[in-house]
Design a protein around this ligand. Structure first.
Ligand code: FAD
Length: 386
């Protein structure tokens, strides 16, 4: 490790993507002699939330999971669909546990240095890139940057975009009301009828669960509204009105077709949300952060462009799904019901994990047989022709 503020790589942001990337650098002997600086504007916070993802077989984070499920339910006013997660288990872990776990591993490795500073801008200077911090400047051959700039938010508005916004409570009940072995993937039975909105339940114990009310829509709601829906849901489907809130979380995640990868340059690679690692049609990013970090290391070793470019075939379906949800937001319940009812859970999860074959994607599109899909599809062809 060099004593100066010059590094091989700088990672701006020790959040989800920055830590996944650091974890990969830590595990790969090829990078043993590299110096890596991680800069974050905040000291590690104590606030906890839960990250969920699905995965075939065993994975890197199995030792720190809060729970995992091989079955789940989808509910809509049209009926219930049982979902089989035995091929791709649905897994949940605490954000704090994840951060502690990664940091414990990389702190033992001398190639890493952590600094708390706010990066104000990043600029190219001759053959180096400079992260201009509040306290000082940091130099590197390459910078991985997870900051979302305000200018990006403005640009996102010109693309098909929604927000996934939600409030979640981890509740503890007096009676054993939850089935720890099965979770609720989406429940549309109680919701604002003008929006794509649903409840999501992750039971951790028989008397403890994370329950979230989520929207895929243009704008956030008043916090009270999500809470009203959570309370109604607990009362109606579990007959629970007395409970303790152990933890609460709220989130706003961009769902957009904005081409984030174009914001990267030769020496600055945008990562995480800022790199387009959030799946546009779902708002999930945990698995993408893991897979894209592995891909970045491969790109470096093979002297390819570092950045991750979305694959066209996934982008195509994401674009249509997001387009439909954006134009006909109240139709979300019917769209997801059709998709989940007419395709195996495995096929859907393979698509969401970007592991599908083109034939699978074609089958999902055909299964939708929706006038709204066809309309948006034709409009997207028309836009392209322009
Ligand atoms: C409550 C909640 C629950 C979620 N649940 C899930 C889930 O179940 N599954 C899933 O896949 N995704 C989930 N997400 C989404 C997921 O957390 C994000 O997509 C993910 O964190 C994006 O990673 P990131 O590295 O881009 O951003 P972050 O994890 O937010 O990390 C960015 C880091 O950069 C730092 N930073 C920002 N600006 C600067 C600056 N100027 N200088 C230095 N440092 C800076 C921040 O302090 C932060 O630590 C959830 C999000 C929330 C809020």
């Amino acid at each position: 490790m060099k004593a100066s503020s010059k590094f091989d790589y700088i990672i701006v942001g020790g959040g989800l993507s920055g830590l996944h990337l650091s974890y990969c650098f830590n595990n790969d002997k090829y990078f043993n002699n590299y110096s890596i600086l991680i800069i974050d504007k905040e000291k590690p916070r104590k606030h906890d939330n839960y990250f969920s993802y699905w995965e075939a077989g065993t994975g890197n984070w199995d030792t720190i999971l809060k729970n995992k499920w091989d079955k789940g339910d989808f509910f809509s006013s049209k009926g219930k669909v049982k979902m089989d997660f035995s091929d791709y288990n649905y897994k949940t872990l605490s954000s704090l546990k994840f951060k502690e776990h990664v940091k414990k591993k990389i702190k033992k490795n001398k190639k890493f240095k952590f600094i708390v500073d706010t990066v104000l801008k990043i600029r190219q200077e001759n053959n180096e890139v400079v992260a201009v911090g509040n306290k000082r400047n940091y130099y590197a051959k390459h910078i991985f940057d997870s900051r979302l700039n305000s200018s990006t938010f403005k640009k996102i508005k010109n693309h098909t975009s929604l927000k996934q916004h939600f409030v979640g409570w981890v509740v503890k009940t007096n009676k054993k009301k939850f089935n720890k072995k099965s979770f609720v993937f989406m429940d549309y039975r109680i919701r604002d009828k003008n929006s794509t909105a649903f409840t999501y339940v992750l039971p951790f114990k028989k008397n403890e669960a994370l329950i979230e009310h989520t929207y895929f829509s243009k704008d956030e709601c008043n916090q009270e509204l999500y809470e009203i829906y959570i309370k109604k849901y607990l009362k109606k489907y579990y007959n629970i009105s007395n409970f303790e809130i152990l933890k609460s979380e709220l989130g706003v995640i961009p769902m957009t077709t904005y081409p984030f990868h174009k914001d990267s340059t030769k020496n600055i690679t945008k990562i995480g949300t800022a790199g387009g690692w959030v799946k546009p049609s779902t708002g999930y990013s945990f698995k993408n952060c893991e897979k894209n970090s592995i891909q970045i290391l491969e790109n470096i070793k093979k002297a390819r462009d570092f950045k991750i470019v979305p694959k066209k075939r996934y982008f195509f379906l994401d674009n249509i799904l997001l387009g439909v949800l954006s134009k006909y937001n109240y139709r979300g319940e019917a769209i997801f019901y059709r998709m989940i009812k007419r395709n195996s859970t495995k096929k859907i999860l393979r698509f969401l994990n970007e592991e599908s074959t083109p034939l699978d994607i074609f089958k999902i599109i055909i299964s939708m047989r929706s006038i709204y899909f066809i309309k948006v599809f034709i409009q997207s062809l028309f836009k392209r022709a322009l």
